[in-house]
Design a protein around this ligand. Structure first.
Ligand SMILES: [Zn+2]
Length: 430
């Protein structure tokens, strides 16, 4: 099956290799009046149709007229808490009335409530809930995403959540990676050290043996775990050949962002309270700084991560939704991109790099997804705006006109069918 996306106002292919840092995040090549061809699930050519650039595009079995549109790589969401079950809108309402998240957490709300909802739901219920969200993410242009455990909080329940995450991966068109976040909260009645010991000695070896997760993650915060616990898990992940990530400095400065970088972790996520001194450690490392403005927005946090410092000093800055039922009930990468620009001060093209190339690096897939390049998996989004800046400028405009995932046209926005020629019914069944 071949597909072509023709005559786009702009295409931002982000060609190259590896993560993009510093000033290069905004000095990005933008092609005008260009087309993309796709064959057999991979990109065949990207180029300026009129000028006959590298590979004159056009003439696929299915063709999309992208006149006036912008084409970008499919979004990569490097931080979600799927698969979970059920929402917690009442807690949000309580928070809007002044209750603190830490109080909800201590009173068995928050993570513990999601743990009970997950335990009470059947496997098929959890899967269909998660698949519905994955399908909404696809319609917003997310063609790759990360999933996590962390609502099990017993060895068996964590394994159950990870196995469900892998079933989800097999049931959706997107590329999905999975992380073990058993160190999300300490199960009631257990000491932190005791639970971390069980994760290290029992859970992670089993996770590695079954290939259920590529990385482990830990929530370092006064209401959760300490750096000594992270160090214990790091020893185990090193032994098992797994990567490690860290929820760092979200609610207070615990220096976890700095330690994540010095330990060479895969990522340090959130970073709201990360000090300027720690920015240097992160910038000097290969640890991705994952910004999650959906949580800052939902929690109405005044304290923002030092995002501009991270970019100017050359950190690998990535962007995700943090989709979860407590602190970020947000699944849309275009919305996260708009928030990153509005409340963290990213420039639009920096946010695009963070949401594609650098997000792919964060989850170890930067040689596979996040760019539109010949030979790469064909994941891309057609946006109904003439340039990428307009996506940030009009945050509530439903700009996603079409989504191609693995070379298949998986979504066409209602009303845009007239732009597609060829057998739309066969291809657009997502
Ligand atoms: Zn998270």
């Amino acid at each position: 099956m071949s597909l072509s996306i023709e005559n786009a106002a702009t295409i931002v292919p982000l060609s190259g290799d590896g993560p993009i840092r510093g000033e290069a995040m905004r000095s990005i090549e933008v092609l005008e009046g260009a087309s993309v061809t796709i064959d057999g699930g991979v990109v065949a050519s990207v180029g300026n149709g009129a000028g006959g650039g590298e590979g004159r595009a056009g003439g696929g079995e299915v063709a999309i007229d992208a006149t006036g549109c912008t084409v970008v790589p499919g979004f990569v969401d490097p931080h979600t808490h799927l698969p979970f079950f059920g929402w917690r809108a009442d807690e949000d309402a309580a928070r809007l009335s002044g209750l603190r998240y830490e109080t909800l957490h201590k009173e068995s709300g928050g993570i513990f409530r999601s743990q009970r909802m997950f335990a009470d739901a059947g496997d098929d219920e959890v899967l269909s809930f998660a698949m519905s969200l994955a399908s909404q993410m696809l319609r917003k242009g997310t063609t790759t995403f990360e999933t996590k455990s962390g609502y099990g909080l017993t060895i068996e329940a964590e394994l159950r959540q990870l196995r469900l995450a892998r079933r989800l991966a097999g049931a959706v068109p997107q590329t999905v990676v999975t992380t073990c976040l058993a160190a999300h909260a300490c199960p009631p009645g257990k000491g932190e050290g005791e639970w971390i010991g069980e994760i290290a000695e029992q859970l992670l070896p089993q996770v590695a043996a079954e290939g259920l997760a590529h990385a482990a993650d830990i929530y370092v915060e006064s209401i959760a775990f300490q750096l000594e616990h992270a160090a214990r898990l790091k020893t185990t992940t090193d032994e098992l050949g797994m990567r490690m990530r860290m929820h760092a400095d979200q609610l207070e400065d615990s220096q976890s962002g700095s330690f994540a970088a010095r330990w060479g972790l895969q990522s340090a996520d959130h970073l709201n309270h990360t000090s300027l001194a720690a920015v240097g450690d992160i910038a000097a490392s290969d640890t991705a700084a994952v910004l999650l403005p959906g949580a800052t927005f939902t929690l109405r946090q005044n304290k923002k991560p030092p995002a501009r410092n991270l970019i100017e000093e050359g950190a690998i800055v990535a962007l995700g939704t943090d989709l979860n039922p407590g602190t970020s009930p947000i699944h849309s990468m275009p919305f996260a991109i708009a928030l990153a620009c509005r409340i963290y001060g990213l420039r639009p093209l920096e946010a695009l790099v963070a949401a594609t190339v650098n997000a792919a690096y964060t989850i170890g897939l930067d040689d596979q997804v996040g760019r539109i390049m010949p030979g790469r998996r064909a994941d891309l989004v057609v946006l109904d705006v003439p340039d990428f800046e307009s996506l940030c400028y009009r945050p509530d405009h439903d700009a996603v006109l079409a989504v191609v995932c693995g070379g298949d046209l998986v979504h066409v926005a209602p009303g845009a069918e007239g732009r597609v020629t060829g057998d739309l019914r066969r291809e657009a069944n997502g």
